[in-house]
Write a protein that binds this ligand. Structure first.
Ligand code: CA
Length: 235
């Protein structure tokens, strides 16, 4: 199997060393950059399989790098996991809104991060192959799993891969309640430990994309989420 290449952009040397050590031990090829500008150019040139991206960086910050990479056709498909030192949700939401595929908050356990990376690479692989799932149409929503595309009243929504997976799961059985764990496991792959907050952030981003139709995704208190199954009311 071809060795997967990961680029880590991180300016804190201690964290960079830990990441590099753990990733190499898992058999990944690792390149590192400690400033945003050099890191951005490295990704553009090398087209790695995945990018680990710190938010606070010299030269160009991580959010801007994410925005640039997700806007360029040659780098758009490369999964990005944001690594954020701040607990502030606003940064995370902003990052996911710019197209980042996942995030971890420092301090993180290398083991969990590796699991998340593997899940992301696996999904990224699956996406390359032709999916067998069919297009779902529900009220104003049209979801095409092969193209990873969601249309709302014929307008294409800009969802991240993770958001797409969550929404696809919800629309696969409208009215059924899914727990946070179920949604995250489906979106992120099995054996991945995720916090409740993680799914809530993704749901918030999905609702934001749905705009006036955001009530389609309902919160079921203490349980999880479901997709509204009555499309005649309240849309
Ligand atoms: Ca930093």
């Amino acid at each position: 199997m071809k060795q997967k290449h990961i680029i880590v952009i991180e300016d804190e040397k201690d964290i960079l060393d830990v990441l590099e050590y753990n990733l190499k031990r898992e058999g990944f090829r690792v390149s590192t950059s400690s400033d945003g500008k050099a890191g951005l150019n490295m990704v553009r040139q090398d087209k790695p399989d995945l990018v680990l991206l710190d938010i606070m960086l010299p030269e160009i910050d991580g959010l801007e790098i994410c925005r640039i990479l997700k806007n360029e056709s040659s780098t758009r498909a490369i999964p990005i996991i944001m690594v954020t030192a701040k607990e502030e949700e606003s940064d995370v939401v902003l990052g996911l809104g710019l197209g980042a595929d996942d995030y971890v908050t420092k301090p993180f356990s290398p083991k969990e991060l590796i699991a998340r990376i593997k899940a992301m690479l696996r999904r990224s692989n699956e996406t390359d192959k032709t999916g067998s799932s069919s297009v779902i149409t529900l009220g104003p929503l049209q979801i095409d799993p092969e193209k990873y595309s969601v249309k709302l009243s014929n307008q294409t929504l800009n969802l991240t891969r993770t958001e797409f997976r969550i929404l696809y799961k919800l629309t696969s059985q409208p009215g059924r309640v899914f727990s946070r764990e179920q949604l995250m496991q489906d979106a992120m792959g099995e054996h991945v430990v995720v916090s409740d907050r993680n799914i809530d952030v993704h749901i918030r981003a999905i609702r934001k994309s749905l705009g006036e139709h955001q009530k389609l995704v309902e919160t079921v208190r203490n349980v999880g989420y479901r997709l509204k199954d009555n499309f005649d009311q309240g849309l």
